[in-house]
Write a protein of this length. Sequence first.
Length: 179
Amino acid sequence: MDYIVIPAYNEGKKLGEVIRKAQECGENIVVVDDGSSDDTFQQAKQCGVTVLKHLVNMGKGAALKTGCDFAYKQGAERYVVLDSDGQHDPKEIPRFFKELEKQDSQSGYRAFTRKAYEQIRWEATDYYMETEMIIKAGRKKLLYTQIPIETIYGDKYKGTTVLDGVKIVVKMLGSKVLK
């Protein structure tokens, strides 16, 4: 069973469009509202998808883990995860699922199998989770591939800051030293 997991924080304005496009590519969609103060939860509910809610903002990694854990319990065999801000076009989802027919893949827009999820399930609750997934995949010697995709930048900056970058590097160094 295929699942599309979308973590969301204050994305009420763009989320509906992302979900509608994702629905063209799959029917099992889980949105995790990560403590939004806008209408993110209502927008997702209106689209008729499964919506989970954190009462407070816990971070992208935590939201993604909540959604993937839910999908796992539902019997998900393959996962595609993408951001809720419209930066990645959901029309690419079938390419990720198709690639999973060959091997597990890792990219900025990610897809993985149930077996891979069991091995790469992250602990990080922040943006480090993406790096942690790659580190765990490498340590477990999982096969992966990269798929070139279009990235859509809106007029408002979102994502990691310089401080996030420094934290990621420090965690990477700690990971290298500790393992």
